[in-house]
Structure formats: structure tokens, C-alpha cells
Design a protein around this ligand. Structure first.
Ligand code: Z15
Length: 837
């Protein structure tokens, strides 16, 4: 029996049930109460950190009330729920988002100023929740916002890392990683010490027969680690729906110490056991699109999948519905292959735990899961060695083999004697050691597989999953083009633009129906509107210039063209192409007479992004950018004509300042390598234009905004293979302008040339895998076109307004509706109408 207040006493409870503040005075009272009692501080030692804490706790109370109601409502209605399994949720800050979604920011703003603080300062006290690397993690965060806003009963499941993505410092031009211990004060999480799950590792499998002659497998003698739930509320915008993000933390299963060891004098050993258990959820792996096959990472994956599935199954079992109903109650989305172990885990629970036969269980599994692929890059496709899985998860390895055997038998029937086909689709790669191909397991165990932009979804069907299309037919594979939440990426990051749009469109409905932005095209000739739009962009550039001065000590002129590339550092994203372009521009400026220089469009080239700590080439590119920055910015001949900035420690909260301030942003990956990209959408939504390749979502952005409103360049995905081939076998000649850039690097103009030889040689000697030399000329020409276009400010303004008006498609709300209809088969559950109290 679950703990509950008895029926006759419920009136008393309701009478005293927590009330939400609804006026400025009530808000202030709550802030002061929290500072004085929750934090035990007085008005004589209330700094900005304390004011942040008080404000956050006041809003947290509001969220919690709605959160409880939402969960209660969902428990009673028991609709089909969506579970989004993602190893990363790059949430950023929560307070501003909470205020905007709850809709009380204005009141709070007045309240804190009466108490002597500025809301901006309070907001910036909060540390980012940085439980992710890049696009994949931020996408998961945008999805949570849309799911709640659209009233879908949905949970996110992840790990409660003690350390999020590292903080980046640049010292002498090099990246240095600082641990991100972010949990000192986190008012947004609630430990649920009553929600724990025992997770097993290692051990062995024993088979036995019960009295009825049925065969069972038991996985036993393993090591047990405890998973403890921590919950965070996820408020929707303009709705009371407040969903749940559940993060699992690992703990030794026997409490503080192993007392047998402790008492027998093995004090150190008992502490070591405890630390080993806690290590599982200690740190986020800092690789984006790069897999390294570490045992601890596999432990993280299983720990999180097993805890989440146990939770999901427990919730389902409360409904007492037959197992055949499970896929009608539960949709689980796998964010990349990281949670693929959830597939054999659910199969294990159903057959070993619940006694279902294999076929019945497997049909439930397949109907339950959907799998989202985010990359075709071979280095990012997860493979785990068979001996490692055998050691850590012996029962799962048996199940994976059984899944594979049955699948291959079925394929053999469809394609008799096609041995190549069988080898190519086998979950097991016959290497030494054998490897489990996680993407294949994810495809086989799911009912739908989707890519994240049209080109990418087409590519997976013709490359990595080609044979699976033959086997299953094309309908199992679909596209859901990524999206971004307009709440954070327009309303919160760019409040003045949001307000201007609301004034023109007659309200903020566009924030929940972004296609309404198309009406802005009616105001293309409205002088006042144009002027205000332009002023807002300028003010956002002033704000960024101020930040650049504070953070990096570099003065930039906000009247310059701001050219921004911020994203994870990766060879395929080609920050090297950008910096070579910058060097080329610098050399050209140096060649010019003072008269010629007067005609040049001043520019600021802004870079930002983290490199995985072990990714030397990416770190070399950071170093080169910083060296170029030092040389160019100090050159008296150049002045404002060119400034180069590397912004340290790019993260979500910094993106909110950077994104609204671009004139141009760069999305210049080698065609066919960037699955979607999502910052491209953010920049355009904020009135910046794009220079980009025909890759990922750039293609659909072009379709929406029109070819005249985007600067595309470079080779196409269909030509990449031939070009790579030509580098090895054809007579290839380096572009003369790029040759000159390399000559200057090699002669030490940007510091010790030896530091950059591997980078230059990867292009001139080792095949130029990312086709930098093939695209360089077209890139430089396109940058020159941008300079020309920017000179006509009126036309430029028309382009930017048109772009904003045509970005409606890229809301994550549209994206979530597509998932709900095409993959999850779920309906929203709107909050009940409240009568009176
Ligand atoms: C990641 O951030 C992405 C793909 C991955 O395979 C991994 Cl491990 C991390 C990115 C894609 O590179 C990017 O193109 C896409 O927009 C994003 O996922 C969200 O789908």
C-alpha cells in the first residue's frame, strides 16, 4: 500500500496545501523568507548569490506545485508516456527559463529591484547545467521544453554526473580543461532517496528448469551498485504542465561502507568499494561524435538503461494491464546508440523476470523502441568488444547473440544464400576481438529509425543502413528534421526582438506557433519596424562587444561585420577552413595600399568551442586561431579592418549572448558530414545570415529562406567520394592562395611553425580527408560576396527580416509533433481546468 493521507483527513491537507505567489509583494516575501530561513542569512549578508538563491527557490516552489499536480494528473489518467533516453541534456540555466515559462518575470523583476538587485545580475549568478557536449545534448534539452509546452506526458532519463562538460581555459593559446563541479548549490534537483534500483554487473548466468519443465536463466553472483533518482522539474511555456527529468546517481549498495570489511580492518578497501560505485556517475565523457570504447562508459550506459527501464516497468505494472499493452503505454526513444543496451535489458526483464516467451517479449520490445541516428561518421559509430560485454554483462551478451541468430535466420529466408548480406548485417563484427555493432542492434530492436535532417536521413539509407532498407523496406526509416525551442533561442536570448515581433503580430502566439512569423513579411516596407529591427541587431552586437572586452580583453567595433563560428571543435566542422580564410584576408590586407584599405568592409571573426581533451588536431586548430588572433589584433596596419577573437569556454549561457549578435555565422562542414546542425537555425532565427555548405539542415534552411538569402559554397555530398579518391590518385594541385597561407604558417609568421605542421600536412600530404583545399577558393569568393552584400545595408536588412519570417519550420515543437505522430503514437494530456481554488 502506498503512503497516502487517509480520505477523512484530506480536507485538512487541502486547507493548508501550498499556495503560489501571485503578486510582487508575495514574491518578495517568499524571496526574503527563503534567504532568511532556507539559507540562514540576513539582510546584512545578502549578496547576489544569495539573491539568486532566494529568487530561484521562490520560483522553484511555484514549479513544484505544478509539477506535483502534473504528475498526479498523469498518474490518474495513465496515458501513453514518452521516455526520452539521452546520456546528455545540455540544459544551461534554469531560472530565466522558469520565469518566462511560468510567466512571472515582470513581477519578479520589479520585486528584486525593490530589494536592491538587478535581474540580469541575479540570472547570471546561476551555473550552467552542462550535462552534455554539443548538438545532441542541446537537442535533448530543446525537446524537453517542447514536450512540456505541448502537454505530452514525457520523461527524460539521464545520469546525474557530478562533473559536467569541462570548463575551457585558454592559457598561452592552448586549451586547458578545468573540472566542472556544478552541484555545490543546485536548487532545481530533488533527491528521491526512496526511488532506488539495484543494478548488477559481472557475475555469471545459471540455467535451470522449473517444475513445469520451463527453462529459466538467472544472472547471479554479480556486483550490485545502487541507482538513486534525482528529479528536476521541466516547465512548459504557457501551460501548467511540468514534466520530469530523472537523473540517476550511483552509490555503493551497502550504505556508507562495507561493514564486514570495515570491521575486519580493511578500512581502505571498504572506502575504495564505495568510491568505485560512485565513479559510475562521476563524469560526463567529453567526446562529441567520437567513441573511445572505455569500460567505464559501458558501465554508465548499462547503469542508466537498467535503472530507467526498471522505473518504467514498475510504473507500467502499477496499471495491472497485460504485457501486450506495454507498447500502448510506453514509447522509448533512443537518443543515438548510447542507450541501445535498453533493448536487450527489456528483453531480459520480460523473459527472465516476467516469464514471457521469447517471441512475445521481442515483439513488445520492437514496438516500444524508436532509434534516432545522429551521425554517419565511422569514428562515432559505437562498437563494444564481445569479451568486454561478456565480462560485464554476461546475460546481455547471450541475449544479443540470440537476437542476432534469430534475425540472421530470418534474413537468410528472405535472401537465401546471400552470405555477404548475412556478414554485412550481423550485429557481430567478425574482427579480433569480435565487436557488437550497437547501431545494428538499435535498428533491429526498434520499429522506427530516424535521421535528423533530410540529407542525413537519405544518406543513412544509402550508406550505413543500406542493407537494412533491403531487409525491412524503406518505411522503417524516416526523417525528422531537428528543431530548436523558440522560447530560449528567441524570447529569452533576444527579448527585444521577441517584443518587436509581438508588437507587430499582436501578441506572443508565435512563441508556440512559430510559423506565424511568416506575417513579418508584411512589414518589410514598414520603416519604423525596419529601423527597430536594425537597432536591435546593433544593440545585440554592442552587448557581445562588451562581453568580448570583459572576457577576452579585445576591443571590437560593433559596426563591423560580425562573423561567428561557435560549435564543438572538430575536423569535419572545418574551423581550419575558417582560420585559413582569416589568414588569407589578413595577407590581402597587408598587401593593400592605405587607399585600398579604406574600401574594405571591417570584420570581426569570432570563434568558440571546446575540443575533446584527447583530440590533438582539434586542439591544434584552437592554438592556431589564438596565434592568428594575437598577430592580427596587434597589427597597427590593420586596426578595425580585421579582429580575431577566440571566446573561451563556449556554453549554452554564452550562446544566448553570441547567437543574437551575428551578421554571418559559419556552418561549413564537409558536405555529408554534419547530420543536421542546430545552431544554424538559432542564428537565422535571430536575424543573422549563414555561410554554409550544402549539408545537414543548411539545405532545408535554404529551401525555406530562399537561395538569395543564404551564402552557399563548396562541393556537394555526392562528389565527396570522388574528390577524396582524386587526392590519392589524381594529379592534385593546391590552390595558390591556400598555398600562400601555408607558406606563411610554415615560415613562422604565426609562431612556432612546428606546432602546425601536422595540421598543414593533413591537407598537403595525407589526402585532405575533409576537402579543405577543394572548397577553399569557393569559400573565399563567397566571403567576398558577403562583404559586397553587407555594404548595401538596406538589402541586407531585407534579407535578414525575410529569413526570420521564414524560420517557422525549425521550431522543436514541429519536430516533437512529428515524433509523436510518426514514431510514438502518443497524444497530449492537457492539464485539467481548475475551478476556483
Ligand atoms: C552530437 O552532438 C551529434 C551527433 C553525434 O553522433 C554525437 Cl555522438 C554528438 C550532433 C550532430 O553532429 C549534429 O549534426 C546534430 O545537429 C546534433 O547531433 C543533433 O541531432
Amino acid at each position: 500500500v502506498e503512503a497516502s493521507i487517509p480520505e477523512p483527513q484530506r480536507e485538512a491537507w487541502k486547507k493548508f496545501s501550498a499556495q503560489e505567489f501571485s503578486s510582487k509583494e508575495e514574491f518578495e516575501k517568499e524571496v526574503v523568507r527563503h534567504i532568511e530561513t532556507t539559507l540562514a542569512r540576513s539582510l546584512f549578508n545578502c549578496d547576489e548569490a544569495a539573491a539568486y538563491a532566494g529568487t530561484a527557490l521562490a520560483f522553484r516552489d511555484r514549479l513544484v506545485i505544478e509539477w506535483n499536480k502534473t504528475q498526479q494528473n498523469q498518474t490518474f489518467a495513465d496515458p501513453k508516456r514518452v521516455y526520452y533516453l539521452s546520456l546528455e541534456f545540455l540544459m544551461g540555466r534554469a531560472l530565466d527559463n522558469a520565469m518566462l515559462n511560468v510567466g512571472m518575470k515582470d513581477i519578479a523583476q520589479e520585486g528584486v529591484s525593490e530589494l536592491g538587485f538587478r535581474m540580469e545580475d541575479i540570472i547570471s549568478q546561476e551555473r550552467d547545467a552542462a550535462l552534455g557536449n554539443g548538438g545532441l545534448g542541446r537537442l535533448a534539452a530543446c525537446f524537453l521544453d517542447s514536450l512540456a509546452t505541448l502537454n505530452y506526458p514525457a520523461w527524460g532519463y539521464a545520469l546525474r554526473y557530478r562533473y559536467g562538460i569541462f570548463k575551457q581555459e585558454i592559457i598561452d593559446g592552448y586549451q586547458v580543461e578545468i573540472p566542472d563541479y556544478w552541484l555545490d548549490f543546485n536548487p532545481w534537483e530533488f533527491p528521491r532517496h526512496d526511488v532506488t534500483v539495484d543494478i548488477q554487473f559481472y557475475g555469471n548466468v545459471r540455467k535451470y528448469m522449473d517444475d513445469s519443465g520451463k527453462q529459466w536463466s538467472v544472472w547471479e553472483n554479480g556486483e550490485i551498485v545502487n541507482a538513486v533518482a534525482y528529479d528536476a522539474p521541466i516547465p512548459g511555456y504557457g501551460t501548467k504542465t511540468t514534466n520530469n527529468l530523472r537523473l540517476w546517481s550511483s552509490k555503493a549498495s551497502h550504505g556508507e561502507f562495507d561493514f564486514t570489511k570495515f570491521n575486519s580492518g580493511e578500512y581502505e578497501a571498504s572506502v575504495a568499494d564505495q568510491q568505485r560505485a560512485e565513479t559510475i556517475s562521476a563524469v560526463l565523457y567529453p567526446n562529441d561524435s567520437l567513441e573511445r570504447g572505455k569500460e567505464l562508459r559501458l558501465k554508465q550506459q548499462y547503469f542508466w538503461c537498467a535503472a530507467s527501464l526498471s522505473d518504467i516497468v514498475r510504473r507500467f505494472k502499477k496499471s495491472k494491464k497485460p504485457w501486450s499493452e506495454f507498447p500502448n503505454q510506453v514509447a522509448i526513444q533512443l537518443n543515438d546508440t548510447h542507450p541501445t543496451l535498453a533493448i536487450p535489458e527489456l528483453q531480459r526483464i520480460l523473459i527472465d523476470g516476467e516469464g514471457l516467451d521469447w517471441e512475445e517479449a521481442w515483439s513488445i520490445v520492437q514496438k516500444t523502441f524508436g532509434y534516432t541516428n545522429h551521425t554517419v561518421l565511422p569514428e562515432a559509430l559505437e562498437k563494444w568488444s564481445v569479451p568486454l560485454i561478456q565480462h560485464l554483462l554476461p546475460r546481455h551478451l547471450q541475449i544479443i547473440y540470440e537476437i542476432n541468430a534469430r534475425f540472421l535466420q530470418w534474413v537468410e529466408k528472405k535472401f537465401p544464400k546471400d552470405r555477404d548480406m548475412l556478414a554485412s548485417v550481423s550485429i557481430i563484427e567478425e574482427t579480433q576481438p569480435k565487436m557488437v555493432r550497437m547501431a545494428y542492434l538499435a535498428v533491429i530492436g526498434s520499429h522506427k529509425v530516424n535521421g535528423v535532417a533530410e540529407l542525413h536521413s537519405d544518406l543513412i539509407k544509402t550508406t550505413i543502413f543500406k542493407d537494412f532498407v533491403k531487409i525491412y523496406g524503406p518505411d522503417k526509416f524516416t526523417n525528422v528534421t531537428n528543431g530548436i525551442t523558440p522560447r530560449r533561442w528567441l524570447h529569452q536570448a533576444n527579448p527585444r526582438l521577441s517584443e518587436l515581433i509581438a508588437n507587430k503580430l499582436g501578441g506572443y502566439d508565435f512563441l508556440t506557433d512559430l510559423t506565424l512569423l511568416h506575417k513579418l513579411e508584411n512589414f518589410l516596407d514598414d520603416k519604423d519596424f525596419r529601423k527597430e529591427f536594425q537597432e536591435i541587431k546593433y544593440a545585440n552586437k554592442v552587448r557581445l562587444a562588451k562581453y568580448i572586452k570583459e572576457a577576452q580583453g579585445i576591443s571590437v567595433n560593433p559596426a563591423s561585420l560580425f562573423d561567428i563560428q561557435v560549435k564543438r571543435m572538430h575536423e569535419y566542422k572545418r574551423q581550419q577552413l575558417n582560420v585559413f580564410g582569416v589568414i588569407h584576408r589578413y595577407l590581402q590586407l597587408k598587401d593593400m595600399s592605405p587607399e585600398e584599405r579604406k574600401k574594405v568592409q571591417p570584420r570581426v571573426s569570432i570563434f568558440g568551442g571546446k575540443a575533446a581533451p584527447g583530440y590533438w588536431m582539434a586542439k591544434t586548430v584552437i592554438h592556431l586561431i589564438n596565434q592568428v588572433s594575437a598577430v592580427v589584433n596587434a597589427d597597427k596596419d590593420i586596426g578595425d579592418l580585421l579582429k580575431v577573437v577566440f571566446l573561451e569556454d563556449y556554453n549554452v549561457s554564452k550562446a544566448e549572448i553570441i547567437v543574437p549578435a551575428s551578421d554571418i555565422s559559419e556552418h561549413i562542414s564537409t558536405a555529408g558530414t554534419e547530420a543536421s546542425g542546430t545552431s544554424n537555425m538559432k542564428f537565422v532565427l535571430n536575424g543573422g545570415l549563414v555561410i554554409g555548405t550544402c549539408d545537414g539542415a543548411n539545405i532545408e534552411i535554404t529551401r525555406e529562406v530562399g537561395e538569395d538569402n543564404i551564402f552557399l559554397f563548396g562541393n556537394l555530398a555526392e562528389d565527396v567520394e570522388d574528390l577524396r579518391h582524386a587526392h590519392f590518385y589524381g594529379g592534385f594541385e593546391l590552390d595558390s592562395q591556400l598555398q600562400r597561407v601555408f607558406d606563411e604558417i610554415r615560415n613562422g609568421r604565426f609562431g612556432d611553425a612546428g606546432q602546425f605542421s601536422a595540421l598543414v600536412n593533413s591537407i598537403v600530404e595525407h589526402g585532405d580527408y575533409y576537402l579543405v583545399s577543394d572548397d577553399f577558393q569557393s569559400y573565399v569568393e563567397t566571403q567576398n560576396k558577403i562583404d559586397e552584400a553587407y555594404k548595401n545595408q538596406e538589402e541586407w536588412l531585407t534579407k535578414t527580416i525575410t529569413c526570420v519570417a521564414r524560420m517557422g519550420f525549425f521550431s522543436s515543437d514541429r519536430c516533437i509533433e512529428e515524433y509523436a505522430q510518426e514514431i510514438w503514437n502518443t497524444e497530449p494530456l492537457p492539464p485539467p481546468k481548475e475551478n476556483g481554488a
